[in-house]
Design a protein around this ligand. Structure first.
Ligand code: ZN
Length: 175
């Protein structure tokens, strides 16, 4: 399975900013959705975590939008969206049972933070534009930091007991 986006190539800086913007918009929206879901399930602590992450990703989004100013990114196609840890076919992100557990919501976040980090790192490693390389590296470092945060929260929210839903083999990440 492909669990990170293909290594992107950019013909222009505008194309890079369009993709980067899409990543951060998606992340901010997903974290808001996860926070809402956790609130519905009365998990205020994790809801709070996700609200903070939504805010952090929205700051990235605003920073990218600021840097992209003048570059016409609005009309460019974007190719990024959150995927479930089991791969694109296995998880319907709108299937709420998947998100009822804080643990699984965190796994979903971790998976996509990892994808974003890999995406930006690939750009940092391959872009011919030094400004884009530097900025992409900054973004890659930030997203890698988010992965570490999620790992810490996962320690606090271990997998729910067997049989919490019908999935006999829930995804597990460990280091
Ligand atoms: Zn992030």
């Amino acid at each position: 399975m492909t669990d990170h986006p293909e290594v992107p190539t950019f013909s222009t800086a505008a194309d890079f900013f369009a993709q980067a913007l899409a990543i951060e918009v998606e992340a901010s929206e997903r974290y808001t959705m996860l926070a809402d879901t956790m609130e519905v399930h009365n998990n205020r602590e994790v809801a709070e975590i996700f609200r903070k992450m939504a805010h952090i990703e929205s700051l990235h989004r605003d920073e990218i939008a600021r840097r992209a100013e003048g570059a016409n990114v609005g009309d460019l196609p974007v190719r990024f969206s959150w995927l479930g840890p089991d791969g694109p076919e296995a998880t319907d992100l709108h299937d709420t049972h998947y998100l009822m557990s804080a643990h699984h919501a965190l796994l979903l976040a971790r998976h996509n933070e990892q994808r974003a980090a890999a995406y930006f790192a690939a750009i940092a490693a391959t872009s011919s534009d030094p400004d884009i390389r530097a900025f992409a590296q900054e973004m890659a470092d930030d997203e890698a930091e988010h992965v570490k945060w999620v790992d810490e929260w996962l320690k606090k929210f271990p997998p729910p007991p067997e049989g919490w839903h019908e999935d006999p083999d829930p995804p597990v990440f460990s280091d």
